[in-house]
Design a protein around this ligand. Structure first.
Ligand SMILES: C[S@@+](CC[C@H](N)C(=O)[O-])C[C@H]1O[C@@H](n2cnc3c(N)ncnc32)[C@H](O)[C@@H]1O
Length: 269
């Protein structure tokens, strides 16, 4: 995934001028984009609500290639992106005894590494896509992690009402809010505080813009940092932009939210 540049952070990908200039620089990508736009238009017509629509996108993409459906062009990239998520979280507070909720766990690109590292039963993955969860079970089997007994649950919303209060040390959502309209993010931030342990934290990535907020095909959403930190603060959470994540070769940015400022002490300390 490309690193962020001042030009990419200022771009508005929904504007015609941007699309034309991109098409001229990348002619081979025009036909796949047109096919995707036509498919997405049909799926939006059939599923007017965002989650229903995105679930249908995931069904279509997963049928072609589950690793590409979670955003990795090759198996090597799938492995590398999982490793990047795992290494970052381990270096920033994750410990084996922690209880972790992975929102939008996909086919366990990073999840299998978390499951392997955490004590048995401490990983909880949720996703809106039944197709990707079936692929997740295959990943679990491939890495022989049955004894770790992770939870994998289908969800339709992010009210998190089926989960216990004060339970999770770490909540994680990688490349999920980059596919979410602001109402979905708001719902998550309104409810995540209830399930966080007192010193727990919630790390999420997002597609950052420093220009106008915009979306492409209702698949990719670009937010300003201050929009998301203000949303978290509205729900009584403390939000911190993760500067360390910016050093990694990844196109998204990361925010950590918690019930109180955890900069000084990781959960469980
Ligand atoms: C780009 S994939 C990333 C998967 C995983 N986090 C990873 O990094 O490999 C996004 C995942 O989030 C899921 N997703 C999208 N919107 C969601 C929502 N509102 N609630 C839960 N999962 C969602 C998708 O079905 C998909 O599996």
């Amino acid at each position: 995934m490309p690193k962020k540049t001042p030009r990419s952070l200022a771009a508005n990908r929904s504007r015609l001028a941007h699309k034309v200039s991109y098409a001229l620089r990348n002619p081979a990508r025009v036909a796949p984009y047109v096919r995707r736009a036509a498919r997405d238009r049909w799926l939006r017509f059939k599923h007017p609500d965002h989650v229903g629509y995105y679930r249908a996108v995931m069904a279509s993409d997963t049928a072609n290639n589950p690793e590409a459906a979670v955003g990795s062009r090759s198996h090597d990239r799938w492995l590398a992106l999982g490793q990047m998520q795992f290494d970052f979280l381990k270096d920033h507070g994750l410990q084996p005894q922690h209880r972790m909720l992975d929102i939008g766990c996909g086919n366990l690109r990073a999840g299998w590494r978390f499951i392997q590292y955490l004590d048995s039963g401490n990983y909880y993955g949720i996703d809106i896509s039944p197709d990707i969860l079936i692929s997740a079970k295959k990943t679990l089997t491939r890495y022989e992690l049955q004894e770790k007994l992770p939870h994998l649950t289908l969800t339709h919303d992010l009210r998190l009402d089926f989960l216990p209060s004060g339970h999770f040390d770490v909540v994680h959502a990688h490349s999920v809010f980059s596919h979410s309209p602001v109402e979905v993010i708001d719902e998550c931030l309104a409810n995540v505080g209830r399930i966080l342990a007192p010193r727990g934290f919630f790390d999420f990535t997002f597609d950052r813009t420093e220009g106008a907020e915009h979306q492409v095909l209702r698949e990719d959403f670009y937010y300003r940092t201050e929009t998301l930190t203000a949303l978290a603060e509205k729900h009584g959470l403390v939000a911190r932009f993760m500067d360390d994540w910016e050093k990694l070769p990844h196109g998204q940015s990361k925010i950590r939210v918690s019930l109180a400022d955890t900069a000084a002490a990781p959960p469980g300390s």
